[in-house]
Write a protein that binds this ligand. Structure first.
Ligand code: SF4
Length: 84
């Protein structure tokens, strides 16, 4: 399974089979280029498993995690996590 989602080795993440990022180059999700960040966010916006991806990213979050998950950058997830 290729793509970019939290803990891809976790068997419980069967939902990742439906991810819009399936088959994409993972490095695209770690770009600092703002135009590319917006393109990836647009992809996540259309992803049928976005909510599950974001929930899993927030659950698995640690200080070393970065990149876009569930349509949010690490900084945006950190802000959301503090509000939850
Ligand atoms: S929300 Fe984005 S990062 Fe998460 S599975 Fe969907 S396309 Fe991939």
């Amino acid at each position: 399974m290729n793509g970019h989602y939290p803990n891809p080795a976790e068997p419980a993440l069967a939902w990742a089979e439906d991810a819009a990022c399936r088959g994409r180059d993972v490095s695209e999700f770690f770009t600092k280029n703002q135009r590319r960040v917006q393109e990836i966010k647009n992809l996540c916006e259309r992803c049928p498993v976005r909510e599950k991806c974001l929930d899993e990213a927030l659950r698995a979050e640690d200080t070393s995690r970065y990149g876009i998950y569930g349509g949010l950058t690490a900084e945006e997830r950190a802000r959301l996590g503090r509000r939850r």
